[in-house]
Write a protein that binds this ligand. Structure first.
Ligand SMILES: [Fe+2]
Length: 356
């Protein structure tokens, strides 16, 4: 039987998916059309091309494109009929018609709002360069992993054992952190309870006493709400299909072949927050730079998993964790404990809908 004979509805079930979804070149070709060409894809940030005439080369799914700033200040992606942005994050779609970016993002717009409010002037910059990591694995391995709260205690056990800090307890069974879907395949881990427990500015391994100028500027801009923003910290969210807002970093997923994916990473820089930015950059390099431990662990896991599914061993991937205790939150989104698989199930539900 070929995948076409079996059908996507049989390969993607409520609590398990078939391994061929990560290895079948026909499915990959279909994804390039339906998700990476017709859908909205993150391309770059406006801070990367600050001046009229600035250009950068990027990929929009299978295509190589140029993102450029025109003389009137607007941003264009050559060949893309639709370009739109939120808080400087620029997305493109190769389809002339379809849902707008606002509709595609839906409730995930709040993720961007929660990120930029950490800057006293409400702006972030992605202008300190990108690292490029290639892995021999299907792009969906990365997509699912970005919002998986079950693997860290095992896969990253060695780094957690020596670098105790804000992460301690975040991913164990008694963690107060959660996870939820945001609609349209967008998902997030809810780490705010942990940030609140760890104290203001714990997300940048600092404290208000060490960053007095930043705290002053934040209070000047946001008044009483500033203390809440500084305490809550940045979001941890995966914008389908390729933009991962990873608290103090941005990851971008770029598929290259059915079993080959490039992941780009850069440190978030908060505008008008000079005190924080060198720390954001150093922390990013420590965790996901060339010698960073977190990313190397994940890369090994993606590649071993890819070899496993290529052998159909196992044939099915179980996604039922936490199915018994998921619930709808106040916004109507399915939610669960941080170590559950609410997020993976939400990604696959959306995937099935887009691919059908
Ligand atoms: Fe990881």
């Amino acid at each position: 039987l070929t995948t076409a004979d079996i059908g996507l509805d049989n390969l993607i079930q409520d609590s398990r998916v078939h391994g061929s979804l990560y290895t079948d070149p026909n499915i990959y070709a279909e994804e390039l059309q339906r998700i990476w060409t017709h859908g909205w894809v993150f391309v770059g940030h406006d801070s990367e091309i600050p001046n009229p005439g600035d250009t950068i080369r990027r990929t929009l799914g299978p295509r190589s494109v140029t993102m450029l700033r025109r003389s009137d200040g607007s941003i264009d992606i050559e060949g893309a009929p639709r370009v739109d942005a939120i808080h400087g994050f620029v997305f493109g779609s190769m389809a002339a018609d379809g849902p707008g970016l606002d509709e595609h993002l839906g409730d995930a717009t709040t993720v961007f709002d929660r990120l930029v409010r950490l800057s006293p002037n409400g702006k972030v910059r992605l202008d300190c360069g990108w690292l490029e990591h290639e892995v021999r694995a299907n792009w969906k391995m990365l997509l699912e992993n970005e919002v998986d709260g079950y693997h860290p205690n095992f896969v990253h056990g060695s780094i957690f054992s020596v670098a105790r800090g804000a992460l301690t307890g975040l991913f164990d069974g008694k963690s107060v952190a959660g996870q939820r879907e945001l609609g349209n395949g967008h998902t997030e881990l809810l780490i705010t309870p942990q940030s609140r427990h760890a104290g203001p500015l714990s997300w940048v391994s600092s404290s208000p006493e060490k960053m007095p100028e930043y705290v002053r500027l934040m209070r000047e801009s946001y008044g009483e709400r500033a203390d809440e923003y500084i305490l809550d910290g940045p979001p941890h969210a995966m914008i389908f299909p390729n933009l991962f807002i990873a608290e103090i970093q941005i990851f971008v997923i770029a598929p290259r072949a059915v079993d080959r994916t490039v992941q780009y990473v850069t440190a978030i820089q908060l505008d008008d927050a000079a005190e924080l930015n060198s720390k954001l950059l150093r922390n990013t390099m420590g965790s996901v730079g060339p010698a960073g431990l977190l990313l190397a662990d994940d890369a090994e896991m993606y590649e071993r998993n890819q070899r496993g599914v290529a052998l159909c061993d196992p044939e099915w991937l179980d996604l039922s964790r936490g199915l018994n205790r998921e619930y709808r939150d106040a916004d109507g989104h399915l939610a669960g404990h941080v170590t559950d698989e609410v997020t993976q199930r939400a990604i696959w539900r959306h995937y099935r809908q887009v691919m059908a």
